[in-house]
Design a protein around this ligand. Sequence first.
Ligand SMILES: [Fe+2]
Length: 238
Amino acid sequence: MIDLHCHILPELDDGARSLQDSVAMARQAADDGIEKVCATPHIRHDHDVHIPEIAARVAALQATLDRESVPVRILPGGELAETAARHLTPEELHRVSLGGTLGWVLLEPAPGPLGDGLHAVVDHLGALGARAIVAHPERHAGADLEHRLLTFVEQGCLIQWTAEFVRAASDEDLVLRYARDGLVHLLASDAHSSLAGRPVRLAGAFERLRSSCTPDWIDWMANIAPRAIVAGEPVTPP
Ligand SMILES: [Fe+2]
């Protein structure tokens, strides 16, 4: 599996507190069967992340993981805020895309319900050659959530839900119906630390979807789509 959303780089945004914390997060990932983790620091006005430094920070963490025999590969990326997306140069956009391939950008909605502004940003990114993955819609659920999700899909977006939210979903939770209806494309940890909050784990969330989705669909979400995304390839949900 590949975790497409993880704040694993140390001492950068509100993610891993230290290099030791980053290594512990990578060990969590490995224990869960995750082979690759996209480092997705916040690209947002309230976090001082210098985009040109991301690649070197990824390489430095990888060197530590290799030295400590943690079998996880770190890929470059970013979590691009809706409010910051228009300020990036094409070069910067390329650097924060998942896997550094320009194909796919992880897009963080502004606080509050998903709105028209995010659809406009998706179009803006599309004009620059990138397709968008809408991050954690469960945190941006207005009364029109389903209509918004369908419109994002029509725009060519993929929808990423938080793995821990899905793992803990009750039988009545709408996310399971959305999964049946094909509006759950990707699960990611959005983990920030090994010391608190959500773990770097995906397997339990995919297990939770077994009652709603066919094995082929789960394999697409867990393996086929994420591999294509980090390779910058087109992805269309079946
Ligand atoms: Fe995040």
